[in-house]
Design a protein around this ligand. Structure first.
Ligand code: MN
Length: 513
């Protein structure tokens, strides 16, 4: 768990002032070091916390925040006021800090020492009002942040910090994220489109386009022996019918061509430093590929599945917002047990209280969510520019709770929609052999699907078993975007009211900032 985030640091800055004398500041410093060491030793925090000392003046605060901004390893700052720290001295520093901020309302001392407490003790253990003074300036400045409240040794409290650390790490990861679109947006589709310039301003990631003619320059360089080797990896890694290994068959050729497509995409993504990509099943290079041998003779579904499992964000049909979000979901969830995937609402299953939505895509579901070893199969695929026999990994997904999320462009702002869902057992589809999940949106199918649709949510989503709405709360706070949560508390009248109130809120919010 630690390894995935080992190149990152969270800085811990303690507020104090010199009013109580140098001895008090020395004590504050010692306590802070002890607390940070304890937090790191807890085993709960995935990102190392680095204590950066006390800040005792406006200049000291500004200096440490400037340093945090400039430091490549620092992905966020935790602040805590051990004593009283007059908050005007935090104004300039808070103006400089653009990285994620967490205000930790805790106290060095656990229980009140009723019999021995004196004024010195009180002057030192002053978080009760010091953190309120600091909280005021954050509220006054409309400074986005997370507030975590509780004793610093409490695992439940540290778990909230751990969530925020993972989100901060994924945020840092997105700031130099490049997304390659192989082929453009699918024609005429509204929900997957959006403002790429605004996306870069808001989320940090950059969306590029790569024409298939350029992809082919990588395709031409792939060596047959490397393809042979990758095919062997497939056969080792996945269940498959023995006939599939018969090199004289079309099925084998399709698997081989899939492996070549994977090596092509892998080479492009590596060379361009891209962390996410989109495909478009109507744009796969030369339409005469079966004669020329140059191009993808089938949609690169198997490649997309395998690349997703390694952490490449993926969006189908040119859906770059989902590609970016899938990368972010994977990044946040590293080391967590159950996995994540790009998914699409496929078809509805009406069954009273158990009414559910089948989640799949043509082929591109991430094997991280599989409930058993995936099966490598080759079947005809009757959609897109290549109606061909196509290799894919087939599986059903794990059961249990998870969250689905999507970002849509509302024109003028981005909206994050999050739905808690319950995955129930999906079934094999002999006549449509694709990977799938089956879920009941919370609070139930009627309200969950209804609210998502009213909010303008896409038919694509980024799903994770491991994340909770708290991750998305933190993400929306850092990105400073609207978030709508659909869960057991949701009712349609309240949700409609929220949609209307948010229209006004975001209009005013822009004016205030
Ligand atoms: Mn789709």
């Amino acid at each position: 768990m630690i390894k995935a985030f080992e190149n990152y640091e969270i800085w811990f800055v303690t507020g104090a002032q010199l009013l109580y004398g140098g001895d008090a500041v020395v004590a504050v410093d010692g306590h802070s070091s002890e607390m940070v060491a304890g937090m790191n030793a807890s085993g709960i925090l995935p990102v190392k916390v680095v204590y950066k000392g006390t800040a005792n003046s406006s200049q000291e605060v500004a200096d440490v925040m400037s340093a945090a901004e400039a430091d490549g390893k620092c992905i966020g700052v935790i602040t805590w006021m051990h004593t009283f720290s007059p908050a005007k001295m935090w104004i300039h520093g808070m103006q400089k800090l653009r990285k994620p901020l967490l205000h930790f309302h805790t106290q060095y001392n656990e229980e009140i020492p009723w019999d021995t407490m004196d004024m010195d003790f009180m002057n030192l253990n002053q978080s009760a009002h010091g953190d309120r003074e600091f909280g005021h300036i954050l509220a006054r400045m409309r400074k986005n942040h997370k507030t975590v409240v509780g004793y610093w040794k409490d695992p439940k409290v540290l778990a909230h910090i751990a969530v925020w650390q993972r989100v901060a790490a994924a945020w840092a990861d997105a700031q130099d994220m490049r997304i390659l679109r192989f082929g453009d947006q699918m024609n005429n589709v509204a929900v997957t489109d959006g403002d790429k310039v605004e996306a870069e301003i808001r989320f940090g990631y950059h969306v590029d386009y790569m024409p298939f003619s350029e992809v082919m320059t990588y395709f031409d360089k792939v060596e047959d022996k490397d393809v042979d080797e990758l095919v062997r990896v497939y056969f080792n890694e996945y269940d498959h019918a023995p006939e599939l290994e018969d090199k004289t068959t079309e099925a084998y050729r399709k698997v081989w061509n899939s492996a070549k497509a994977e090596l092509t995409l892998r080479a492009v993504l590596t060379d361009k430093g891209a962390k996410a990509f989109t495909t478009n099943f109507d744009d796969l290079g030369d339409v005469n590929v079966n004669e020329t041998g140059r191009g993808f003779d089938q949609i690169p579904g198997l490649a997309s599945q395998r690349l997703m499992a390694e952490g490449y964000g993926f969006g189908a049909e040119g859906d770059w917002k989902s590609a970016a979000l899938c990368r972010t979901v994977w990044f946040m969830g590293q080391g967590l047990p159950k996995g994540c995937s790009f998914l699409e609402d496929y078809t509805l299953h009406f069954n009273g209280e158990q009414s559910a939505i089948l989640q799949a895509h043509m082929l591109e579901i991430c094997p991280l969510i599989a409930d058993a070893k995936p099966k490598l199969e080759v079947h005809h695929l009757g959609i897109g520019v290549r109606k061909e026999q196509t290799a894919r990994l087939v599986f059903t997904s794990k059961t249990g709770d998870g969250v689905a999320a999507t970002v849509v462009d509302m024109g003028g702002r981005f909206r994050l929609i999050v739905n808690e869902v319950k995955c129930i057992q999906s079934k094999p589809l002999p006549k449509l052999p694709v990977a799938s999940a089956l879920w009941i949106p919370k609070p139930n199918f009627e309200v969950g699907a209804g609210a998502w649709i009213m909010a303008g949510g896409t038919h694509h989503s980024c799903f994770s078993y491991d994340l909770t709405p708290e991750y998305w709360e933190d993400y929306a706070e850092i990105a400073d975007i609207e978030m709508l949560l659909i869960n057991d508390e949701t009712t349609i009248p309240n949700f409609k009211r929220d949609l209307r109130i948010n229209e006004i809120y975001y209009m005013l919010n822009k004016a205030l900032k």
